[in-house]
Design a protein around this ligand. Structure first.
Ligand code: SF4
Length: 442
């Protein structure tokens, strides 16, 4: 039996696409190898969000080249955003690559592998949803569900619109069917995926379905206990979506709301289409309807032209909002983006690093303060497995998407009540609450 190995870089959408790639290859009779060295087909699902992603991947590709030289019958394939971003030169620059395909062309890999001739081929159209392919989930009880592809925005630092194309939503009936099948297959938590997940449905014809309506239809599927989604855009965080968190039992109390910068001047330069005031207005509305919600975010430090005063505004928003956690990035110019071509107002590397240190201090301090609200409460935790830091304890996630390490007996995939006894900026700790467990007949 031929064997494959997939290395995945980047975002949850790539994790989803890799699960589909594996499911498709299994359905073709391939088996998964534990390492590239043991594989007949060596595949990479790449990311292109930052230059650094490229260089890390290129190191892996160099290793694949050596494996191919050692055994020329091996097939080397490159998929994902990086492949799409270098589609015109991939075979010239990397002649040992046999097949290259964009994020919208994973299904073409099957055609290539089952075709008579394995001469180098590239597939880069934006067509089809990997969500249509058979999946191979990393965890039986959790599933990614791709609800749309592409992005119609034009954030000046972002390569995604050029590597993933325009926004296309999957029909709501199809998604309801897919989630029903996942529920019947043991899934208890689904995470809805889209580059701009909450602008879902605008392009659907003849009947539009809004994102809030989709959440309502998926919430009605009994066996699904938790619905999450990523990544939303503040401009589309409408009240009906926020109310879905307040009213629909399975929609979790966690909203990821990328800020990027606290300065309206920099937000304009980033082409984010909202101001600091509009962003804070959304946060206020979220807290009004879902007081206990966890809010997380993305922030870029050192965008070209960012002054100390602009950065101070970012710190102010972080102090004000008090995020439960944040992904923080130092701006790195990305070839092929508007901001990547900017030459003026570049922030010195040392300055960026110094600002990042101050930002992380504020984010972590506020996150630790916010996390204290869970101490003394019993939280429902979806058990994921053994704690990474202590093999005698278990690990899981609360509905707020907080990592919880706890003592007690439970199986992966179970949702159990945990009495929270401690909290840091990153994780909560506790013990299986026997009382609540007893009241649930455990
Ligand atoms: S919303 Fe902006 S940052 Fe997000 S994928 Fe689209 S262009 Fe990129």
């Amino acid at each position: 039996m031929k064997r494959y190995h997939v290395t995945t870089f980047g975002c949850q959408m790539n994790e989803h696409d890799s699960e589909r790639m594996k499911g498709m290859l299994d359905s073709l009779g391939y088996a998964e190898a534990a390492a590239a060295e043991e594989a007949d087909v060596i595949l990479f699902n790449t990311c292109s969000i930052r230059e650094k992603a490229d260089s890390r991947f290129l190191a892996h590709l160099g290793h694949a080249k050596r494996l191919k030289l050692a055994d020329p019958t091996r097939v080397v394939g490159v998929g994902g955003c990086w492949a799409q971003s270098v589609k015109d030169e991939v075979f010239e620059r990397f002649p040992f690559v046999d097949v290259a395909f964009g994020p919208g062309q994973v299904h073409k890999l099957a055609e290539f592998l089952t075709s008579d001739s394995l001469t180098a081929q590239g597939f880069f159209e934006f067509e089809g949803f990997t969500g249509h392919l058979p999946g191979k989930r990393a965890r039986e009880f959790q599933a990614w569900v791709q609800i749309s592809v592409g992005c119609n925005m034009a954030c000046s630092y972002c390569i995604v619109p050029s590597t993933r194309g325009r926004e296309v939503s999957r029909p709501a009936d199809e998604l309801v069917e897919e989630v029903r099948a996942l529920a019947a297959d043991g899934v208890r938590e689904v995470t809805l995926l889209g580059q701009n997940v909450n602008s879902y449905g605008r392009d659907l014809r003849p009947t539009r379905t809004s994102f809030a309506e989709l959440l309502e239809r998926l919430d009605a599927i009994d066996a699904i206990k938790r619905i999450r989604y990523t990544s939303p855009h503040p401009k589309d965080m409408r009240e009906d979506v926020i109310l879905a968190h307040a009213q629909l039992p399975s929609v979790c109390e966690h909203i990821h709301l990328p800020l990027q910068s606290g300065s309206s001047r920099i937000l304009k330069a980033m082409r984010r289409t909202y101001t600091r005031e509009r962003y804070l207005d959304r946060v206020a509305l979220i807290r009004e309807h879902v007081p206990d919600v966890a809010i997380t975010t993305d922030i870029i430090v050192g965008f070209p032209g960012e002054t100390e005063a602009d950065f101070a505004q970012t710190l102010e928003v972080c102090e004000d909002v008090g995020y439960d956690s944040a992904f923080t990035f130092v701006f790195s110019p990305r070839r092929g983006t508007e901001a990547g071509a900017l030459a003026d107002g570049l922030v010195a590397h040392e300055e960026k690093v110094e600002r990042m240190q101050r930002l992380v201090e504020v984010v972590q301090r506020r996150a630790a303060e916010r996390a204290q609200r869970f101490v003394g409460r019993s939280l429902d935790v979806l058990v994921e497995g053994t704690s990474r830091t202590d093999a005698s304890r278990l690990r899981g996630r609360s509905r707020h998407n907080k990592a919880v390490n706890f003592s007690g007996l439970a199986a992966p995939g179970e949702i159990v009540p945990v009495q929270i006894t401690g909290a840091t900026s990153q994780t909560l700790s506790g013990e299986l609450s026997l009382l609540a467990a007893a009241s649930r007949g455990r």
